[in-house]
Design a protein around this ligand. Structure first.
Ligand code: UPG
Length: 473
């Protein structure tokens, strides 16, 4: 187990974007929290420091928590490959999907408990009775009983779920239930995800949020976008800003190393192409393969300058996402099997993960460069990969599943795909937006407004403030 140490970030940074009444509410809540939580630590525990939506949010919320004067910390648990195979299975089951087809049998339970028992020992050396602990996702669920017994106030937060139950989903919950029952609070991203047996008065529905000032979302001027992508070998531009000029401009926007190309097996995207982008972890449920297939099968109907970019994290090394390598490999295999004329318009990239800021900066630039962003998830807890391009005023075509439905209002601030398996429908949505830039722009502008109104950190922090107050009452 290790701690991710983050410097405090003052709430005034966020407040400058908010209308005055909203900024005052945030400031007042911070003062209240500082008072109420004096002498306690608010711990977050999850399974990874980098990659994925949970780490993305913790980077921001922990820093703001500290900036608000609350001793907020972030710990990452230790696991071995077998543990992460089991927890990925749990993740898939809660989504109603079988994943690796393995089961959650007694052997799996015993290994899960052994790994978490070791983590609990370490955790109890740091956590004091009366501290607040937020445990994130199935990987941490088995820590609930030990922390409760030690006198901590424990909330378990679940970032995933599906709108309607199925058998696998119920099996996933049956595995977790004995551990999480003891929690003092439960946090879900949607009401629909709450299992019937969780006490209603302990439930908090808290959708995720993004930070407009993080390396992932900070404003970038178009030249920085284009040179960033050029320097990383993602997009070829004919006359990039000189590198010295770029080094000067990108100051404060995250480091970017010069690379031959981050595109796997193929040239960079031509500078004059219009990019259709999906950014995701290499997770089957994000259906990168489906996006690739749909794009390739319908290519003749799309404008000639449309190119697809699938971007995900570099998956070498031990991660909490053991299926990543397989999914990336099957996308590569599929692309390689295609005709050259199709292949040259499809680009896969695995973005380096050794520098979180650089990775975030590259995603930021890709999202800003894209003409249309796709998120064809088969299920989705919430989907920051939808929120992020919306913040950047990009038009998004996304499946009408899970939390994506809370973000996109079809035809108002993006397009929804009723059936997430409908490849033709996805391409039709993309085509409509590429052929009608004016509508695309309007949708993008309204998308930005939606995020400003509902999915920034102040709403999230206010909800946390109320939750903590209720837990220590
Ligand atoms: N990302 C990178 N680099 C990559 C690929 C992805 O930084 O190469 C980021 C992406 O920009 C986003 C995050 O990873 O910030 C992915 O987040 P999200 O789209 O939310 O998906 P998950 O990682 O699957 O996160 C889980 C849930 C998701 C929910 C999130 C927060 O599946 O639905 O929004 O937790 O609750």
């Amino acid at each position: 187990m290790f701690e991710v140490r983050l410097a405090p970030v003052g709430l005034d940074r966020l407040a400058q974007l908010l209308a005055s009444e909203r900024a005052r509410r945030l400031e007042a809540a911070a003062l209240r929290a500082q008072e109420q939580l004096r002498g306690r630590v608010v711990w977050n525990v999850n399974a990874t420091a980098t990659g994925g939506g949970v780490a993305e949010m913790l980077q921001v919320l922990v820093a703001y928590g500290r900036g608000a004067g609350v001793d907020t910390r972030w710990l990452v648990l230790d696991g071995d490959p077998e543990f992460f195979t089991i927890t990925k299975r749990l993740h898939n089951f809660l989504h109603g999907s079988s994943g690796d087809e393995g089961s959650l049998d007694d052997r799996a339970r015993s290994h899960y408990e052994q790994v978490l028992a070791r983590n609990l020992d370490e955790l109890l050396q740091r956590v004091h009775p009366q501290d607040i602990v937020i445990l994130h996702d199935p990987q941490t669920a088995g820590l609930v009983p030990g922390l409760v017994a030690a006198g901590a106030h424990v909330a378990w937060r679940c970032h995933i779920g599906r709108d309607t139950a199925n058998e696998l989903h119920d099996l996933g919950w049956a595995f977790l239930r004995p551990y999480i029952m003891a929690a003092h609070a439960f946090i879900f991203s949607r009401r629909e995800y709450v299992p019937a047996w969780v006490r209603d008065d302990l439930v908090w529905v808290v959708p995720p949020s993004l930070d407009p000032f993080s390396a992932k979302n900070a404003d970038l001027d178009p030249e920085v976008v284009s040179t960033t992508l050029h320097v990383a070998g993602l997009v070829s531009t004919s006359s990039p800003t000189s590198v010295t000029e770029f080094d000067r401009r990108r100051e404060g926007h995250g480091r970017v190393r010069h690379r031959d190309s981050l595109i796997i097996d193929g040239p960079p995207v031509p500078g004059d192409a219009r990019v259709v982008l999906q950014v995701s972890r290499w997770d089957r449920l994000k259906d990168m393969e489906g996006v690739l297939r749909g794009f390739a099968d319908n290519l003749s109907g799309l404008p000639d300058d449309a190119h697809l970019v699938l971007a995900g994290p570099d998956v070498t090394g031990v991660t909490d996402d053991p299926e990543g390598g397989e999914v990336l490999a099957s996308c590569l295999e599929l692309r390689v099997s295609m005709d050259t004329s199709i292949r040259r318009r499809i680009h896969l990239t695995a973005l380096p993960m050794d520098d979180v800021d650089e990775n975030a900066h590259l995603v930021n630039a890709l999202q800003r460069h894209a003409s249309v962003v796709v998120q064809k998830s088969l299920v989705e807890g919430f989907g920051l990969t939808v929120t992020e391009p919306m913040w950047k005023s990009r038009p998004v075509v996304a499946s009408a599943v899970g939390g994506i439905q809370d973000q996109i209002d079809h035809g108002v601030n993006g397009l929804l795909l009723d059936d997430p398996y409908d490849l033709d429908g996805m391409v039709k949505g993309v085509d409509t937006l590429l052929r009608d830039p004016e509508t695309a722009q309007q949708l993008g502008e309204r998308a930005h407004r939606t995020v400003l109104d509902r999915f920034l950190g102040d709403r999230h922090l206010l909800q946390y403030g109320e939750l903590f107050a209720s837990m220590i009452e």
